[in-house]
Design a protein. Structure first.
Length: 348
């Protein structure tokens, strides 16, 4: 049995086999076998549906200093902003009218947004929109903080693990951060009952095939409800400005692998993928993804939430990302639905 058949039948591989599989990403036949199976699984569980999440980038202040990220603390050229509670609620109002039933509050690790302020924000949004799911993506916090947000009504949490390799983690982050704490956060979130999302960048500087194999093994072990992966894209004001971007082909290949490993997973075709390839998100869907996260942030701030260069949907013309994506998804043979799009657990 070859490794693709083995992956399809057992939903996992050994580290060495994953490394070998990743090495095959430019092999057209291998990629097609994987994407056909990934699409089959995705259709069996989620049909043609594409879930949308309204992304509200509410602060780009960040106390962290991840080497790859455009809003890292030490980037003096980043023009910082923080939406007010009223502005955030306006984004939700607008989003609700457009048909969004999930809002994602994403931001840097901004100390101004204390637990008290976050809890207040979460409960206000949940009171106003009891039928909507609320996702937080605000970084590493204590168990107690995560618990408070959960009690206030947060349903889901996105925290990419970034890399499961200790060696690579050290090359991408300052000393003050640790992989151990990040992984602790992910297990805390799961324990608290959040639908939890992990993930990593594809083609990050220094990343090897073995590193990606470790990421896949980690995902298999954690069993998150959501997985976000996207290509690394250099940002001009970071130390990695001159590094090459990650591969679109490999990202799409990995989307298929992840769909096969975790059949029920909620898997977005990310903005980074759409940035490197004009039809990257459509390609992602055809390879097994089932979520898109259109930007709902105020147009006036979009350019400022610049994690990497040339990010799409930052201009005036991108005010209505939802319509744009609905049309695009329809052309690709999928249908965007107005639905919370919860994780569908396996029925025994
Ligand atoms: N290129 C691609 N993705 C990036 N992220 C941060 N910086 C970059 C970059 N330069 C991703 C990280 C983070 C998510 C919000 O964005 O994986 O978790
Ligand atoms: Fe934002 Fe198309 S999704 S402009």
């Amino acid at each position: 049995m070859d490794i693709i058949d083995k992956l399809i039948q057992t939903h996992t591989l050994t580290g060495q086999e994953f490394t070998e599989l990743i090495g095959m990403y430019e092999d057209q036949e291998a990629a097609e076998r994987l994407s056909a199976e990934a699409l089959r699984i995705r259709k069996e569980i989620y049909g043609n549906k594409v879930f949308v999440r309204g992304l509200i980038e509410f602060t780009n202040y960040c106390k962290n200093d991840c080497l790859y990220c455009g809003i890292r603390r030490s980037n003096q050229n980043s023009s910082r902003y923080r939406l007010t509670k009223e502005e955030i609620l306006e984004c939700c109002d607008h989003g609700f009218e457009l048909g969004y039933r999930t809002f994602v509050l994403q931001g840097g690790e901004d100390p101004w947004y204390t637990d008290d302020r976050m809890t207040d924000l979460v409960s206000t949004i949940k009171q106003r929109y009891p039928d909507c799911a609320l996702t937080l993506s605000i970084g590493e916090k204590s168990f107690e903080s995560y618990q408070r947000f959960k009690e206030a009504g947060a349903d889901r949490y996105l925290l990419r693990h970034e890399t499961a390799s200790e060696t690579l983690y050290r090359k991408l982050h300052p000393e003050s951060m640790s992989l151990k704490n990040r992984i602790r956060c992910l297990y805390d979130l799961k324990e608290l009952g959040y639908q939890t999302g992990a993930g990593f960048m594809v083609g990050a500087p220094f990343q090897t095939r073995e590193d990606i194999a470790q990421d896949l093994l980690f995902l298999k072990e954690l069993e998150p409800q959501m997985v976000g992966i996207g290509p690394f894209i250099p940002h001009h004001d970071t130390v990695f400005a001159d590094r090459p971007a990650g591969s679109v082909k490999l990202t799409i290949f990995l989307l298929s692998v992840i769909r096969i490993m975790l059949p029920h997973v909620l898997l977005p075709a990310t903005t980074a993928l759409g940035t490197l390839d004009p039809i990257g998100r459509e390609k992602g869907m055809k390879a097994g993804a089932n979520v898109v996260m259109p930007n709902l942030s105020p147009v006036k701030n979009r350019k400022q939430y610049e994690l990497y260069d040339n990010k799409i949907c930052t201009g005036e013309e991108a005010a209505e990302c939802r319509d744009c994506l609905s049309r695009r998804m329809e052309t690709a043979g999928f249908q965007v639905v107005s639905d919370r799009g919860d994780f569908q657990a396996e029925t025994p």
